[in-house]
Design a protein around this ligand. Structure first.
Ligand SMILES: [Zn+2]
Length: 235
């Protein structure tokens, strides 16, 4: 006995191919996004929120609210650091809480894979922003690539960031600690803003971090040489 073929709707071959192409693009984009967090975890880094009490995280490169105006982090939304660096940050948070009870840190950037460093570098080559992104083709690249650097500010008792006189990743002299004294004298930075930055540096340096001269928010957990010696970068 044979049954007559059902008169069901058959898919137009063109539509079928289109659906398959879209599906494969979607799956490959999911895999690419997944790789950022996976490669960081595979490098043995720790989620700093599990180590540092009260740490808040808002990864600016996982949004378009950054100087590139691009989300280059995909699914990465957590602050991963080398275990040593996370422990140091925990100590810094302890010093901060002792000086200013109720205050804690807000991290804007932590571990960043070398693959993302290349994307950021390509976006700024030949622009005035070039000096704000480490060239991944140099001996060290960025200390962020090792999970040994953190960009952060202080959050007050009311839950908002205290006034540092310039936004995170803002370009120009106001963001640069090396110009603070001059800008304080010229009333371009207030005493309170310089005190707030000094407090951040004080607790971070006490915990072993190294500040840099051109970004108030950036701290390294070791020198470049020691970073290369102690850690592998994240591919
Ligand atoms: Zn940084």
């Amino acid at each position: 006995m044979s049954y007559p073929a059902k008169k069901g709707k058959t898919m137009n071959p063109f539509h079928l191919v289109l659906v398959l192409v879209l599906l494969s693009l979607h799956l490959s984009s999911l895999a690419a996004e997944k790789n950022i967090t996976t490669s960081i975890k595979d490098s043995g880094l720790v989620d700093a929120e599990t180590v540092v009490p009260g740490l808040k995280v808002d990864l600016k490169y996982s949004s378009t609210d950054n100087f590139l105006k691009k989300d280059v982090y995909g699914d990465l939304s957590k602050c991963y650091l080398q275990s040593d660096a996370a422990q140091m940050l925990k100590n810094a948070a302890g010093y901060l809480a002792a000086i200013r009870p109720g205050h804690t840190f807000l991290a804007y950037d932590c571990a960043r894979p070398v693959s993302v460093q290349h994307i950021m570098w390509q976006a700024v080559i030949g622009t005035k922003q070039q000096s704000y992104v480490a060239n991944p083709n140099t001996l060290t690249g960025s200390i962020h690539n090792y999970g040994c650097a953190v960009d952060l500010t202080i959050v007050g008792e009311k839950g908002s960031a205290i006034d540092m006189g310039s936004a995170f990743d803002s370009l120009g002299a106001k963001a640069q600690p090396r110009h603070e004294i001059k800008l304080l004298r010229q009333n371009q930075l207030s005493a309170e803003q310089v005190v707030n930055r000094t407090l951040l540096r004080l607790v971070m340096v006490k915990a072993g971090f190294y500040p840099i001269s051109n970004e108030w928010w950036h701290f390294n957990c070791a020198t470049k040489k020691d970073t290369r010696k102690k850690y592998e970068n994240i591919p």
